[in-house]
Design a binder for this molecule. Structure first.
Ligand SMILES: Nc1ncnc2c1ncn2[C@@H]1O[C@H](COP(=O)(O)OP(=O)(O)OP(=O)(O)O)[C@@H](O)[C@H]1O
Length: 843
């Protein structure tokens, strides 16, 4: 427990008092009100840690009042220094100073960087923020747009101002420039009492984080810990009497807010000064100022208050009020602890060292039982470490196999997507025509190849290059800074380093302020109770969790893709068979329709032969129409069956083939016979021509030759069409075969993928099971370690008892020794007396 350090500073007189009444006299650390002729007024005599008279400089105030707080802040203690007093009493002068005599803030900044440079064994990260509370609203002085900020409180982060800019800084000059820039945004105003009166409370905040540079350093106790301290340098607005300041309008409103918040600060101080028993509720929440300063008032911070007073008699009443405030503040005690974020490894290390120390102590005595106990403890610890290493290895192997497996899955899905895109292409081909289809076929395979090379399913690279502590954290200054710490890891400059640094714990600076009684903070993840668990072990569990999460995500992705593939597959099932069922058959139907049309045309031509009485042709036609009817029936059946079930189309296609062949042969026969019969007819007509000529009229002859020509043309075109149809049918058959093959391969792939998905799910459930086991083991290890700690404490108690017993034995031995000596001496004396006597007797 540490008392708040309170000092009073008297500002030099600004104007000479016209009334020569009472005055304030400073003697060492006491200030008292004296009558003009020098008699002190006993009721108004106050003693403080320091009292600075009118001739004091900012340098002396800083050295005596604040320097220690600044040094402690560099070492990991929270610190707050603030100036309180009536308007124009010199608060801003004390905090900011002048060109020739810089105030507490610039001196603190310079000192911090000087100290940091001297601490060569640690690396530091400094962040600064500058805010004002104006008319009970919090404004960011570093970013003008950040106005009316809200105070939030969370379990993890404690009290914090959301959205406040935190600038990472590397040197004092940078900080001083920021302050200068911030000052421009601060609210000042002219009053009767101060030409440049602060109309707001300002809080300049520095967050100092540090970490030992060498984790192998000899100082095992501290090297692994990250220290985070918060230093607040506060310049309060001055209390004012409206009558004196002559405030009206805006100034009046400001004055009311200032006085109200100072009154609440006074209430908080009063409550805190009452002592913990009577204290009751502390109204920190009544104003933003007290809420923000909560850790500094009765919390975990070294705090100093400089109360500035105006020496003029006209301000005597205000000065009395200020001194009473200071007296009460003096009674407040804070519980200051260094803020360390200890990793579990560091905790374990500490315990090991403590055990070693205990062992060393015990070696002095002969307590073999205790010795054995300690040996057992060490063995247990070794056992845990071995177990942990084994787990580590197992986890590593599992991770590797899972990665491998996921890669394979991705490759497979890649291939499948290639196949599917190929099938899509085929579908397009059937829509756009055969010529382009070949092109598309080619493209489809190209796509498939590129997809199988892994372009689509490339594993995202999650690794972030690790940087140095300060350099890495420095990146965060460039980010939009809406809270001291990011809400998600994605906002952190370097997630990896941050995680490594804090072992999964997101350090919250504000929270450190409001945890007064916490000496050592271990920050495992939320579901783990603070305990002694080795760093690596914990890290492994974290890694496993992350891996599992990643795997789950990938599985989900795989599943999603799988279902997409299945959907596509379904479509392609309905597109390949159905494509053949719907689209290819449609095309085939069209072809058959054409074929039918052509066939009918041929028939109609042949009909003419029939009508001309060419009986042989009529015979051929009847045969052909039989074949045709059979063919079309077969085709129809084929399409119907094909639409119902694409797989049963094999037999039908053979039938079609057969029918087509027959048709072809028969058509050829018909055509040959027609040609031959035609030539016979022509010849007969030629033979008959002399007598017929006499019978036929010239016009009839002409007509016959025209119809003959037409017939020949028609026959030729029929021949052409037949060939075309033949070709078309064969292409369609080929298409049908290709689609069937593709369907089969797709189906196989789908089944394979399904199997693999099931296997993956199995793996995941196994992993979860293992994770559960690991968690259980971890919990057990935690319990065991805690038991060991308890045992160690018990041992310590025993050692104490042992020492006490030893000491008492030593004491009794000493008294026995003394007694023995005195008896010996007595005996000796008696012997000396008795010897002369005996000698005398002999004489
Ligand atoms: N110790 C000092 N030495 C020299 N000048 C001082 C000292 N203290 C205050 N002053 C001067 O007194 C005037 C008022 O001081 P300052 O503005 O610091 O008061 P304040 O308490 O901050 O007032 P307000 O609350 O109205 O802002 C300033 O001109 C300042 O330069």
């Amino acid at each position: 427990m540490e008392k708040i350090c309170v000092a009073v500073r008297v500002r030099p007189r600004i104007s000479e008092d016209s009334f020569g009444g009472n005055f304030w006299k400073v003697e060492e650390n006491r200030i008292s009100l004296h009558k003009v002729h020098g008699t002190p007024l006993s009721a108004y005599s106050y003693a403080f840690d320091h009292v600075f008279d009118e001739s004091s400089t900012n340098a002396s105030v800083y050295d005596l009042l604040t320097k220690d707080i600044i040094n402690a802040a560099v070492e990991g203690f929270n610190g707050t220094a603030f100036a309180y007093g009536q308007t124009s009493s010199g608060k801003t002068y004390t905090m900011n100073g002048s060109e020739t005599d810089p105030g507490i803030i610039p001196r603190a900044v310079e000192d911090i960087f000087r100290k940091i440079q001297m601490a060569s064994d640690r690396e530091f990260l400094i962040r600064v923020s500058y805010m004002e509370i104006y008319n009970e609203e919090i404004n960011d002085l570093l970013v003008v747009e950040n106005q009316k900020l809200q105070i939030h409180e969370s379990l993890e982060r404690g009290i914090f101002v959301a959205g406040l800019r935190q600038e990472i800084v590397n040197n004092a000059e940078q900080v001083l420039n920021l302050i200068k820039a911030g000052e421009v945004n601060r609210h000042f105003g002219e009053t009767n009492m101060n030409a440049r009166s602060s109309r707001s409370h300002t809080i300049f905040r520095m967050v100092i984080e540090s970490k030992g540079k060498d984790s192998n350093s000899c100082d095992h106790m501290t090297s692994d810990a990250v220290r985070v301290s918060v230093l607040n340098l506060v310049d309060l607005a001055g209390s004012e009497r409206i009558a004196k300041t002559g405030a009206d309008g805006v100034r009046l409103k400001e004055g009311k807010h200032i006085n109200k918040s100072l009154m609440i600060l006074g209430n908080v101080i009063n409550k805190l000064s009452e002592g913990s028993k009577q204290r009751g509720h502390i109204p920190y929440r009544d104003s933003k100022l007290t809420r923000i300063l909560q850790p500094a008032l009765g919390g975990n911070a070294k705090t100093s208050i400089v109360c500035t007073i105006a020496p003029e008699e006209v301000h005597i009443e205000e000065t009395k009020g200020t001194l009473q405030f200071a007296s009460r503040a003096k009674r407040i005690t804070n519980c200051v602890q260094v803020n360390e974020i200890l990793t579990d490894a560091a905790l374990l290390k500490r315990q090991k060292i403590e055990i070693e120390e205990l062992r060393g102590k015990l070696q002095g005595s002969h307590a073999e039982v205790l010795e054995q106990e300690i040996l057992k403890l060490r063995n247990d610890m070794l056992k845990y470490e071995l177990e942990r290493e084994k787990l580590e290895m197992e986890l590593e192997e599992e991770r590797k196999s899972r990665d491998q497996w996921i890669k394979e899955q991705q490759m497979k899905i890649g291939s499948l997507s290639g196949v599917v895109s190929l099938s899509d292409c085929e579908r397009n081909r059937s829509q756009t025509g055969q010529d382009s289809s070949r092109q598309c076929h080619k493209e489809g395979y190209n796509e498939f190849n590129s997809a199988s090379q892994g372009d689509i399913f490339r594993t995202p690279c999650l690794k972030v290059p690790s940087n140095a502590f300060v350099a890495t954290r420095s990146n965060s200054s460039t980010m939009p800074d809406y809270s001291p710490l990011p809400d998600a890891f994605s906002n952190v400059a370097d997630e990896n380093t941050w995680l490594k640094l804090n072992k999964g714990y997101v350090a919250d600076l504000d929270s450190l302020q409001v945890t007064p009684a916490r000496k050592v903070q271990s920050f495992p993840t939320s579901d783990i109770t603070p305990g002694c668990l080795s760093e690596k072990y914990e890290q492994e569990v974290q890694d496993l969790k992350r891996q599992l999460e990643l795997a789950n995500r990938k599985i989900n992705e795989l599943e999603r893709k799988n279902s997409e593939e299945a959907e596509l597959d379904k479509q392609s099932t309905s597109m390949s068979p159905k494509h053949q069922r719907e689209e290819d058959p449609q095309r085939l139907s069209k072809s058959v329709g054409n074929l039918k049309g052509n066939f009918e045309e041929v028939l109609s031509v042949l009909q003419r032969f029939v009508s001309d009485g060419k009986l042989s042709a009529a015979e051929v036609i009847s045969t052909m129409s039989e074949i045709g009817a059979q063919l079309f029936d077969t085709l129809e059946t084929h399409f119907t069956v094909d639409m119902d079930d694409g797989r049963s189309s094999t037999g039908n296609s053979a039938l079609i083939h057969e029918q087509q062949k027959q048709l072809h042969e028969r058509l050829n026969t018909i055509l040959t016979s027609l040609e031959s019969s035609e030539s016979t007819v022509t010849e007969k007509e030629h033979v008959r021509s002399p007598c017929s000529n006499c019978k036929l009229k010239g016009s009839d002859l002409e007509e016959t030759s025209i119809s003959k020509e037409t017939l020949c043309d028609e026959l030729n075109s029929i021949k052409e069409r037949c060939r075309g149809l033949e070709e078309e049918v064969s292409i369609n058959n080929h298409l049908l075969e290709v689609s069937k093959d593709k369907y089969n391969s797709l189906e196989k792939e789908f089944l394979l993928l399904k199997e693999e998905r099931d296997y993956l799910l199995l793996m995941v459930s196994e992993s979860s099971h293992r994770l559960e086991m690991v968690s259980n083991q971890k919990e057990n290890a935690l319990k065991d370690l805690n038991t060991e700690v308890l045992r160690r404490k018990h041992l310590e108690g025993e050692v104490k008892q042992f020492t006490a017993a030893f000491a008492s034995r030593q004491r009794s031995l000493k008294s026995f020794h003394d007694e023995f000596r005195s008896k010996v001496e007595k005996l000796r004396a008696q012997t000396i007396i008795s010897v002369p006597k005996s000698l005398g007797c002999q004489d």
